[in-house]
Design a protein around this ligand. Structure first.
Ligand SMILES: [Zn+2]
Length: 550
């Protein structure tokens, strides 16, 4: 047997077939496990369905590899394949995620801090078993030199044959497979390495097409409805962009635990309204943030190939001073043309450790950063977005300071699989408790200002904490559980703001149980800052109900 001799050189196409065999079998462990667990695949039915799927997958892998893995780069290509399937298998098995273009966009946008949070001992073990050991074996195999022409003929011939086999078996078991993928959509995104190849291609094509588009200005007619008479009456509006906070664990939203005691107090005082039925645009930061600040609604945003400015450009054009403070991995293009500051560069020892800061660092920096804005614009009004670290996982325990860990014991590992579920929830709830503290502290600071002030908070997407075996976020929207898309949102208005606008907060309270979404943010920001433009849609503006003049 050639496999065991180790000395007889392999024909390149045979070694390629061995690689395909590994990828189809071990490299697709999560896929096989998911099918095995399905209620409709039991007994002989399971054996026959899985058998045909295995043959199809193997044949497709042979076809795919034969087309491009030529001897010159056969070995690096093999290692790349092993790395791709092992890491995607690891994340599928550990967090219940699936691999699609938006998940890969997250990966591409991830910064060093986030990668560090994901590294763990189980991950290292997976890399050793799935990449290092098989990779070493693969790399050391001697390969026979074959003349180009017969090699090309053979490889193309094998590719064609493999494709026909895949097609034939698919034809024969069409009914089984079609009903399986129809009833269990996530399965489609679990097939290694085609999920990654498909996702990456879609992502690259989409991004290239969009990057080639010129940036289009929006709201060129934007202006302020009423100019303040002096800087003392110029409003200051703060938008807190939450991170990974889900409505299900928000005290104000009816969660059994009081994770928002300070906000509840503000609500009792009568100046804060919580919106209980808000849906996110996406299930990841990368998908949600640009969509939230876009003038397009979710459907139009997703179908759109053009490149547009964001609401911040419109506010700035209307004459307002705009600032983006970021304690996250960036604003995803939304704040590119307005003053923006990332906290990582600031390194404030009181709040930052190892290049990661608690959200209060933004409030600490706020007065200084406001001073630095253009005074002429400030005299007309100021809008600040503070982009939180919030409840970003899996290292939830890092998202709250030691003094604020009410819920114990807390999972203090970023390998969530090492923790009992209730400890994961404890760590997550502590992060919500800290967000409660951060928002309330910001409100208190705003209350200390003599000018009219307001705060609006909304989270970018939710999170799975183990429900249905899912963790983290980023599921394709159509199959995402509600935990990942039902987000908390609230508005607080200072008394001077309510007086200046002649707004009675009950106009917001009346809408608190209405079905709302991220689509409302763009238009509500225009309403809150009194910017008028032809783009505005009053029916999506929460504040339009407050203005008797309209
Ligand atoms: Zn996010």
């Amino acid at each position: 047997m050639k496999i065991f001799s180790g000395h007889t050189p392999w024909h390149p196409t045979s070694l390629l077939a061995v690689l395909a065999l590994w990828l189809a079998t071990v490299g697709n462990l999560p896929f096989w496990m998911a099918i095995w667990k399905l209620p409709e695949t039991q007994g002989w039915r399971a054996v026959s369905t899985m058998g045909s799927l295995w043959v199809i997958l193997l044949a497709l892998l042979v076809w795919f590899l034969c087309l491009w893995a030529w001897p010159r780069w056969l070995k690096p290509a093999g290692l790349a394949m092993l790395l791709t399937v092992t890491s995607s298998s690891y994340f599928m098995l550990t967090y219940g995620v699936v691999i699609d273009s938006s998940m890969l966009a997250n990966v591409a946008q991830t910064d060093v801090r986030e990668v560090r949070d994901l590294l763990s001992l189980p991950m290292a073990a997976a890399l050793v078993m799935g990449v290092l050991l098989p990779g070493l074996w693969f790399w050391r195999q001697p390969v026979r030199a074959v003349a180009a022409k017969p090699l090309i003929l053979r490889q193309l011939g094998v590719a064609l044959l493999a494709f026909l086999v895949a097609l034939g078996v698919f034809w024969m078991s069409f009914q089984d497979i079609a009903s399986l993928t129809r009833n269990h959509k996530p399965l489609r995104y679990m097939i290694n390495p085609f999920n990654s190849v498909y996702g990456l291609t879609r992502l690259a094509v989409g991004q290239a097409a969009q990057a080639a588009q010129p940036l289009q200005a929006i709201g060129e007619d934007a202006n302020l409805r009423a100019l303040p008479t002096s800087e003392a009456t110029a409003p200051l509006v703060v938008v807190v962009l939450g991170e990974t906070a889900r409505a299900a664990n928000f005290g104000l939203g009816g969660y059994a635990r009081d994770t928002t005691p300070q906000l509840r107090q503000l609500q009792t005082q009568g100046d804060l309204v919580y919106f209980s039925d808000v849906k996110s645009c996406g299930t990841s930061t990368q998908a949600s943030v640009p969509c939230m600040f876009s003038h397009l609604d979710k459907a139009a945003y997703e179908g759109n190939k053009e490149r547009f400015e964001s609401v911040l450009d419109v506010l700035q054009r209307a004459g307002l001073a705009v600032l983006w403070l970021d304690n996250q991995s960036g604003c995803k293009g939304v704040c590119d043309r307005v003053p923006n500051v990332s906290t990582t560069a600031l390194n404030v020892p009181e709040f930052c450790k190892d290049g990661e800061c608690l959200d209060e660092v933004m409030l600490h920096e706020l007065p200084k950063q406001l001073e630095a804005l253009d005074p002429a614009k400030r005299a007309k009004g100021t809008v600040v977005v503070m982009h939180q670290m919030g409840s970003h996982g899996p290292a939830y325990y890092k998202r709250s300071p030691a003094a604020m860990k009410t819920f114990q014991p807390e999972c203090n590992s970023h390998a969530l699989q090492n923790c009992p579920p209730e400890q994961i929830v404890n760590a997550y709830d502590n992060s919500i408790l800290y967000t409660d503290h951060f928002i309330a502290k910001t409100v208190k600071w705003l209350q200390g200002q003599s000018r009219p002030t307001a705060l609006m908070y909304v989270s970018d997407h939710g999170e799975s904490l183990g429900e249905k075996g899912l963790y983290l976020h980023g599921m394709p929207y159509s199959m995402a559980p509600k935990e990942q898309i039902h987000v908390p949102m609230l508005v607080w208005l200072s008394k001077p703001m309510q007086r200046q606008r002649s707004w009675n907060i009950s106009c917001l309270r009346d809408q608190s149980n209405k079905a709302l979404s991220h689509d409302n943010l763009f238009h509500s920001m225009l309403g809150l800052t009194q910017v008028s433009t032809g783009l505005a849609k009053p029916e999506l503006d929460l504040f339009s109900a407050c203005s008797p003049a309209r």
